[in-house]
Design a binder for this molecule. Sequence first.
Ligand SMILES: [Zn+2]
Ligand SMILES: [Zn+2]
Length: 144
Amino acid sequence: MGLPRHENSGSCDRCRCIIDRYHGIHTDLLLWFSSFQMDHPEAHISCAGRGQHYQESMFLRGVSKAHWKRSAHNWNCALDLFCMIPGVPNIYFNNWFENTLGPAIPDWLLWYGRKGAPYYELPHVEVKNWQELVRGKTVRLVGE
Ligand SMILES: [Zn+2]
Ligand SMILES: [Zn+2]
């Protein structure tokens, strides 16, 4: 029983479980990640949607700077990534983020690990205009 393990299959079941934990992940974000993982099977997700309780507990622990509703994760518009490269124990391997993830970020996504990011957060990728989508009510709170 339990969750499947992350596997470098190009279409990781565990990553899919994390995405499917909440309904309604941003469609283009999912398509982008699926194709990125197909090309780079070492890419994985540690967090996608984030519910209220988890968001507030992360805020209290200082892991997130955002209260509930103020993070793109609360609106199914963000992913936190890591890499599983055989022989590389560091799942937050800087070279990989810079040379593999960085160039694969389309202009409608923001990666917080890029140089000059306002809030540096290596694993975090979010849909650039998520706040507009919230105002336009085209995205919903996680869990709703
Ligand atoms: Zn995975
Ligand atoms: Zn994040």
